[in-house]
Write a protein that binds this ligand. Structure first.
Ligand code: SF4
Ligand code: SF4
Length: 365
């Protein structure tokens, strides 16, 4: 049977506030039957709080209203959570306890050391276990609140990425990225401009006195920022095993979801300001396609599939691609941008028993 998803479209039918996306957000939350998931439960709202000079993450108004609805639905406790680095700078994007109406806490503790180790059995390549965020494992209900956007390493970021990369420690995140392969530097192409070093979010790049590039892999999280920002194309990932990365993401998402009874998990995907790169870049940019709205439901496979289906190449806004970037010839818009099929992780999650790709959309007027 197809999964039922709710869709609140951003386009208003009239100019009345009651037709605005803010009002539809409230009606969408009312239609979700949050009480069935959160009543009497310690409830985690997992979202990406952003970093750097980015502000394309889910608007604090939407989060505050969600918190109010979760409380009204009878949750025992509610908190907003993300990794320690993002929580530390969350105030810059307006995510404070005062604004949101609930605590904003690090999922893995202030020092990234609060976790539960879970084996991946059988191991997948180098991925033998994952360190799941302690605050997520301790929660009884989960709201996966994800901003949808493209992603250089896996094609797109949505509900699955929010859990797999956001509900683990930094070493596990690094292990997942490492499934993609290593990095190779071409000396002859490099101008020693050091743009890569200055823009590495983890300060993993070094240049020796002789101008030799090296990566301190202990710090590197294989985010590919250096690869993409290098003006001379002197750095490249070797291995190119993006499907292994996606498979690792699906296995990790599965481990997170197994911490909860399925009826205690809600998925909400926010399809506004859909950018080419992930919020982890710490920058905001142009929307690739017109804003779509909000999707919500109980099936992660269905909501990720529907999110991707709603983002269409024919809706690409002219002039929104970075200079020099051309669309590839086939596949989803994100595949044509990043050369990675974004449906791989969705298919993996379906095979792991977390839902089905069939869905129906019910519009929230
Ligand atoms: S950004 Fe590229 S060209 Fe500049 S120093 Fe780094 S590798 Fe060399
Ligand atoms: S992949 Fe990311 S973390 Fe690793 S060296 Fe490049 S920019 Fe730094």
């Amino acid at each position: 049977m197809p999964a039922e998803l709710l869709l609140a479209k951003i386009a208003p039918k009239t100019l009345a506030p009651v037709d605005s996306i803010g009002a539809k957000w409230l009606r969408l939350l009312d239609r979700l039957d949050l009480g069935a998931a959160v009543k009497g439960k310690r409830t985690a709202i997992k979202m990406h709080l952003g970093g750097g000079v980015g502000f394309g993450t889910v608007h604090p108004f939407l989060v505050r209203k969600l918190v109010e609805k979760v409380k009204a639905a009878g949750a025992k406790q509610v908190f907003v959570t993300d990794g320690p680095g993002d929580v530390a700078v969350a105030v810059e994007r307006g995510y404070t306890a005062e604004v949101l109406g609930c605590p904003v806490i690090s999922a893995t503790g202030a020092d990234d050391r609060y976790f539960y180790k879970r084996p991946i059995a059988p191991p997948f390549k180098t991925l033998k276990s994952v360190d799941l965020a302690g605050e997520i494992v301790d929660a009884e209900a989960l709201i996966d609140l994800a901003h949808i956007k493209g992603h250089g390493a896996c094609g797109f970021g949505g509900a699955s990425k929010n859990l797999s990369m956001g509900c683990v420690t930094t070493p596990t995140r690094r292990n997942l990225h490492a499934l993609e392969g290593g990095m190779e530097w071409t000396k002859e192409k490099c101008s020693r401009c050091r743009i890569c070093m200055e823009n590495c979010p983890n300060h993993a790049i070094r240049f020796s006195n002789k101008g030799e590039f090296s990566v301190f892999y202990h710090n590197c999280k294989f985010c590919q920022h250096c690869v993409l920002i290098c003006p001379k194309k002197a750095i490249k990932m070797i291995g190119g095993a993006y499907k292994d990365f996606q498979h690792g993401m699906a296995l990790t998402t599965s481990q997170v979801l197994k911490c909860f009874k399925p009826e205690n998990v809600v998925f909400i995907n926010v399809l506004t300001n859909i950018t080419i790169y992930c919020d982890c870049w710490g920058m905001s940019g142009q929307s690739l396609v017109p804003d779509i709205g909000f999707l919500a439901g109980r099936d992660i496979v269905a909501i990720e599939t529907a999110s991707l289906d709603l983002i269409r190449t024919k809706d690409l806004i002219p002039g929104t691609l970075p200079p020099g970037m051309k669309l590839g010839k086939k596949g989803h818009l994100f595949e044509r941008l990043h050369s990675k099929d974004p449906y791989v992780v969705v298919d993996d999650l379906a095979k792991l028993g977390h839902g089905a790709k069939d869905y129906t959309l019910t519009e929230v007027e």
